[in-house]
Design a protein around this ligand. Structure first.
Ligand SMILES: [Zn+2]
Length: 749
């Protein structure tokens, strides 16, 4: 079987069917032909179909486990056969981490929390079996074997391999932990050594997934296996290793419509195809509401235009039927996708900027890392061309012209060396706040003899080693320990005299002690600044710079985040930190809790440094976090002006509103510049509604696009197929896009 089918089938509906047995006529209306006819009508080419739900009910003719008592037919088998008749691929969904029937009939299989309580019985869908209990041997594996042997599915989606919050104290976990670690698994251990307990749980999940993966492959090697969440940013490598494709749930319910673009810009450079999954519901899974076709078109465009694969979630009615009206809407949106997908499938991103950032490890509705999200938002709204990478996992940078490091990035010394080499060779770097701020290694530079606990000593934040170790990326951080001429050592040496004479924070310590105060940036020499200290202010202002303040008021501009005091060594100051008059405190109140600007400090807010053949820009505050958290547009305008001033090798630029997103892809020498137009409705109650729905998107007219490539001979507006008038202008060519509604593509040859 052709294993590449997955990348070419981008119109999937995942049909949730978590169904209890108490509804009076549950699943009495199921009819496979009618069921699949909705998919056919809506141009669906992949469906996710249930074999077992969260309630533990099987939806196929089983000999192991419990079949839904209302279901007479072979739901999975009949839908599979009917779908295949219409050329629709079928992904078999299996609920692994939630199974109410299993735990209610085998109470010893329950996950146990740290207070000794079963995880369940709260009247919701979450009745949680432990994968270290015989649930795995006596139900999961026999069912997976039976399903795989019986049905020629195209893929698997295994849902929730993890323990709730990555810990369980059931007797089976305790037995396994004692055998592996030679000590007792207790809530006290969780309190004092959470990392070990979490690591044990994550390893258990990965091994369970490996066992299932091996079972499936031994029966049907061609079937693509996936574990929900695999290949999303920060997912453990051993979980990824058991997933032939990735799946990252992505709903505006997480608070932003940018989620699809940001996730797609990350997954498009991974070695496996990854689905970005939204839902037809306006809020959470299973709420029986339906978005507008206009909204789904926008969401689907944001996914496919940025290199992701579309998956949209639905839910079967208790009767076993689909809501036909939903497929009117999905059908209209998938027709829109069908018109454009040939322009998207198989294309690679054009390389220009690399946003290298971290991310939190939360689950589906995560707020995520504000710094990475804020940086991505700035770059999207400024029409910059960029890919996203996760901490040390970034590729050879030789194809890139710009690297952006948000303040939360966690980089090893080796990675910092690679970025230094990139700048030395002519690249442009933009770093903010704590980016590459090292805890210091002591040793030669400081004479403190602090070796650091393992690899943690070379990472920028305490806790980084835990993340890296669990994500399977361990080793990278510690790999260059002991390199005598490493950047950190040189930076530390350069800074040590100042620290010593000024009585600043020492970094002496004893092995195993907490990390010392930050010493300096791993990239201090590249940035041309050295770290000095923190400030008492939770916010401050930046002094005006004519060019960088274009489009903002000519006033000191507020950054609602704490600045760092850094001292330029070779960098030039473009803007200085201006302290607020004071901090809010008794007897020092102003009209607003954030006081006006006061003294201009001796410290830079924005610097530029020439390093080798390249340029390094530094902003001495977590500006990306401040932007994401406060939506202070002037921060984007200043950063945008800064990038536009120094980024001289752009692929394109345009005059368009910030709500128009641009992304360039390429395939077989042809480039595709995607333009996506976003517009949502007014907000109602911000505290109660997840997000503002999209009812209609107003077209944007006459977008002026400049392509910095004189070899361009033709630009065709797709999917309409209209050639655009190409005007030459020095080293560039210019076109005007007459009208952009939701998504157009400039096909450039
Ligand atoms: Zn357990």
């Amino acid at each position: 079987m052709d294993k590449n089918w997955f990348s070419r089938h981008i119109r999937q509906v995942h049909v949730d069917f978590h169904m209890p047995e108490f509804p009076y006529d549950a699943i009495k209306g199921f009819n496979a032909k009618e069921f699949v006819a909705e998919f056919v009508r809506a141009k669906v080419n992949v469906v996710g179909i249930f074999t077992k739900c969260h309630f533990g009910n099987a939806f196929y003719d089983n000999s192991v486990g419990h079949k839904h008592s209302g279901l007479k037919e072979d739901f999975f088998g009949e839908v599979l056969e009917e779908a295949h008749k219409h050329g629709i691929k079928v992904i078999a969904y299996y609920s692994l981490g939630t199974d109410a029937y299993a735990v209610e009939h085998n109470p010893d299989w329950y996950q146990i929390d740290k207070d000794g309580n079963k995880r369940g019985g709260k009247g919701n869908v979450w009745e949680l079996p432990c994968i270290n209990s015989p649930y795995r041997e006596e139900l999961v594996i026999p069912q997976i074997k039976e399903i795989t042997e019986k049905y020629p599915m195209d893929g698997y989606l295994l849902d929730i391999p993890y323990f709730w919050d990555h810990h369980c104290f059931c007797s089976y976990c305790k037995k396994k932990f004692a055998e592996e670690y030679g000590r007792e698994l207790t809530p006290e251990l969780y309190a004092t050594d959470r990392q070990t307990v979490v690591q044990f749980s994550k390893q258990s999940a990965a091994r369970c997934m490996q066992e299932i993966y091996d079972v499936v492959k031994s029966i049907r090697p061609e079937v693509l296996v996936n574990c929900n969440g695999a290949w999303k940013m920060g997912e453990p490598a051993d979980i990824n290793a058991t997933s032939d494709y990735g799946l990252w749930e992505s709903q505006p319910a997480s608070g932003t419509f940018l989620c699809h673009s940001i996730r797609s810009r990350f997954v498009r450079n991974l070695p496996v195809p990854v689905q970005i999954m939204t839902v037809r519901f306006t809020e959470g899974w299973g709420l029986m509401s339906c978005k507008t076709a206009e909204q789904l078109k926008y969401e689907f465009a944001a996914i496919m235009a940025n290199g992701g694969i579309i998956n949209v979630g639905d839910q079967v009615l208790p009767s076993g039927k689909l809501q036909s009206g939903v497929y009117d809407v999905i059908g209209e949106a998938f027709a829109f996708v069908e018109q454009r997908e040939e322009l998207c499938i198989g294309a690679q991103s054009s390389k220009h900027a690399a946003l290298i950032g971290g991310y939190t490890e939360n689950w589906y509705f995560e707020q995520g890392d504000s710094a990475t999200l804020g940086a991505a938002k700035m770059l999207i709204e400024g029409h910059h061309q960029f890919d996203i990478f996760y901490n040390d996992d970034f590729p050879d940078l030789s194809a890139y012209k710009v690297v952006v490091l948000p303040e939360t990035v966690r980089l090893s010394e080796r990675s910092a060396e690679r970025i230094a080499e990139f700048v030395r060779g002519g690249g442009l770097l933009l770093a903010a706040g704590n980016a590459t701020l090292s805890a210091g290694r002591g040793g030669a530079a400081f004479g403190g003899g602090h070796a650091g606990p393992g690899g943690a000593g070379v990472t920028s934040q305490a806790g980084a080693s835990a993340v890296m170790g669990l994500s399977g990326a361990s080793g990278a951080a510690g790999s260059s320990l002991g390199t005598a001429d490493s950047l950190a050592a040189r930076s530390a040496a350069a800074n040590s005299g100042e620290l010593g004479t000024s009585g600043g924070p020492g970094v002496q310590g004893t092995p195993g002690a907490p990390l010392p105060s930050p010493a300096n940036f791993l990239l201090a020499e590249v940035l041309g600044v050295n770290y000095l200290d923190r400030t008492p202010y939770p916010f401050a202002y930046m002094t005006e710079h004519d060019e960088l303040w274009q489009g903002t008021a000519a006033i000191p501009q507020l950054v609602e985040a704490p600045f760092l005091k850094v001292k330029p060594s070779t960098a030039e100051t473009l803007s200085s930190v201006q302290w607020p008059l004071t901090v809010p405190a008794p007897q020092r109140a102003f009209r607003h809790p954030i006081p006006p600007a006061g003294r201009i400090s001796d410290f830079p807010a924005i610097t530029v440094n020439r390093y080798g053949s390249g340029t390094a820009l530094y902003i001495a505050a977590p500006i990306f976090t401040a932007f994401w958290d406060n939506n202070h547009f002037w921060l984007r305008r200043i950063v945008d002006n800064l990038l536009n001033k120094y980024d001289t090798g752009k692929l394109f630029s345009m005059e368009a509103p910030v709500t128009v997103e641009a992304n360039m892809m390429e395939r077989d020498g042809v480039r595709f510049l995607h333009l996506i137009n976003f517009q949502n409705g007014h907000s109602g109650n911000r505290k109660k509604s997840f997000y503002d729905p999209i009812e209609s998107i107003t077209p944007v007219h006459d977008i002026k696009v400049t392509l910095y490539d004189t070899n361009v001979t033709s630009v065709v507006l797709q999917p309409e197929g209209h050639p655009l008038d190409v005007k030459r202008d020095g080293q560039a060519v210019k076109v005007v896009v007459p009208k952009l509604h939701i998504h157009n593509v400039l096909e450039i040859r």
